[in-house]
Design a protein around this ligand. Structure first.
Ligand code: BG6
Length: 489
């Protein structure tokens, strides 16, 4: 792929003082600026509802964010002073957006920008609607150049709210202007799922129910809620990860080949796949909540002891589902998807377990066939993949061993770009491939909203474990949980 072309633009961050902006956006923008990927002319306008927010405060925030991200502030000195501007805006009232429009025009004049504008909603989700309305009513939905709107997740909190939010956005913006972020799609390893499947025909020709026994998707974090109880109490693992990041992984691993590598063609296949997933049954769901335990060698409190969590909270910090895909390719192949906080370690991986040979030739000779072949696609950390191959143990023995044929991104390519760098460059160059379409997000909510409405039991698990024991229930006799049997990962 050639280097993406970025036109002169103004990057407006709503929620500039927030955590997401400090931890992800600012470091990504600075890294791109330092690498001259943002073009010669650009400016950044931080917007906050804080009444005392001004240029100096914003620059201080940026400098601290860069230090925290390990970026040498000296490299960025001039950039910080020349490109960064701030504006304080009241909460969602049209007259506030009138003053914002004047500020935008002023900054654009100063930097001789042609009116290309990117609005990034990095605010708490309850502020999305008033901000979108403010932009629309303040006539900022269309400008002299292109206008693009980036909306962070969570996009709605169930099907109904997602439908309403989409209807509101579409009142003012065309779908071609909208970039719904799921940062997993910006991860190199997630993008590579597409390439891995559709450019290595040896795998694609095995990629179906005749050859694959099961697929396990794991998005495990060792961190707890980390001071985000206010957000997490209203969301939980099902909404925070399952409906979006984990579902994206399932779509990419299970979709049919698109007719071409264009955004519309890829989306159409992902949506078709989501439609083929059967309604999730009650017995196919396990929810959990972490209790006190040990993480990275330290004693850590349970979820209920975290600051800001209600003492009787039923919020799920762990969610697992057995998905049944009712199409020709996957009928009968379980997709077991799980995610959780305070699990044993940070690990995002997909395990594709192939079927065993129909007759166990080696067993009859007294040697155990150790395991079926499995392909592990490790998305983070230690990005790479490995294919477990059976070999004979050398010497006078009957033993079989599984050895990995493996590939490591770090060994082959060194450091990978951050997901946000990739996604921001895509928005700035107008490529929607890695963003979530309105129908896609609604379809994913349609799948999980009945689960959310059911109030399933929430089982405790010790921090530092792999989740509640009830997880075993999702596996049927003869199926193996690759995480618990420590075969992989
Ligand atoms: C975010 C969730 O979308 O993804 C967080 O809101 C979670 O709760 C994070 O910690 C995980 O992202 P990553 O890139 O660290 O796997």
């Amino acid at each position: 792929m050639g280097e993406l072309r970025v036109e002169p633009h103004l990057f407006v961050i709503f929620g500039a003082t927030g955590d997401l902006s400090k931890r992800n956006l600012i470091p990504a923008i600075a890294t791109l600026a330092r690498a001259n990927r943002l073009g010669q002319r650009h400016a950044i306008l931080g917007v906050s509802t804080r009444p005392d927010f001004n240029d100096e405060k914003f620059r201080n925030i940026v400098e601290k964010a860069l230090t925290d991200a390990g970026i040498d502030g000296d490299d960025m000195g001039q950039w910080c002073w020349e490109c960064l501007h701030a504006h304080s805006v009241g909460k969602g009232r049209p007259e506030n957006f009138e003053s914002l429009r004047k500020k935008i025009e002023d900054v654009e004049r100063r930097h001789e920008l042609p009116g290309n504008r990117l609005f990034y909603l990095s605010t708490p989700p309850q502020v999305f609607a008033p901000t979108i309305m403010g932009l629309g009513e303040g006539k900022l939905n269309k400008g002299p150049g292109w206008t693009r709107l980036v909306i962070e997740k969570p996009f709605g909190h169930d099907l109904q709210s997602a439908l309403e939010l989409n209807a509101l956005v579409h009142t003012y913006f065309d779908e071609s202007q909208i970039y719904r972020i799921d940062h997993y799609l910006g991860k190199e390893t997630v993008q590579n799922l597409f390439v891995f499947r559709f450019s290595n025909f040896i795998f694609e020709s095995l990629w179906h129910r005749d050859r694959i026994a099961s697929v396990d998707v794991l998005v495990a974090e060792d961190l707890g809620v980390e001071g985000r109880a206010g957000f997490y109490e209203n969301n939980g693992a099902l909404r925070d990860i399952m409906q979006n990041h984990a579902t994206q992984l399932v779509s990419l691993i299970a979709m049919e080949p698109p007719s071409m590598a264009a955004p519309e063609a890829i989306r159409a296949e992902k949506i078709k796949l989501l439609h083929a997933i059967q309604r999730i049954r009650e017995e196919d769901v396990v929810l959990g909540q972490y209790a006190a335990g040990t993480s990275r060698g330290q004693l850590v409190p349970g979820y209920l002891e975290e600051d800001g969590v209600a003492p009787d909270s039923r919020t799920d910090t762990f969610a697992a589902v057995r998905l049944r895909i009712n199409n020709w390719r996957w009928q009968g192949v379980p997709f077991i998807v799980r995610t959780g906080k305070r699990l044993q370690r940070r690990l995002t991986q997909i395990v594709v377990t192939f079927r065993s040979a129909p007759v166990s030739f080696f067993r009859t000779m007294g040697r155990e066939l150790a395991h079926p072949n499995a392909l592990v696609l490790r998305l983070q950390p230690d990005e790479g993949f490995e294919l477990g191959i059976q070999v004979k143990e050398p010497g006078d023995t009957d033993g079989l061993h599984v050895v990995p044929l493996s590939f490591s991104y770090a060994d082959a390519f060194g450091k990978l770009p951050s997901a946000y760098e990739t996604l921001l460059l895509d928005v700035l160059s107008g490529d929607q491939t890695l963003f979530v379409h309105a129908v896609e997000t609604e379809t994913a909510w349609r799948l999980f909203t009945p689960v959310l409405e059911r109030e399933s039991p929430v089982y405790p698990y010790a921090a530092g474990s792999w989740g509640p024991d009830e997880m075993d229930r999702l596996y049927q006799p003869g199926e193996e949980d690759p995480v618990r049997c420590k075969r992989i990962g």
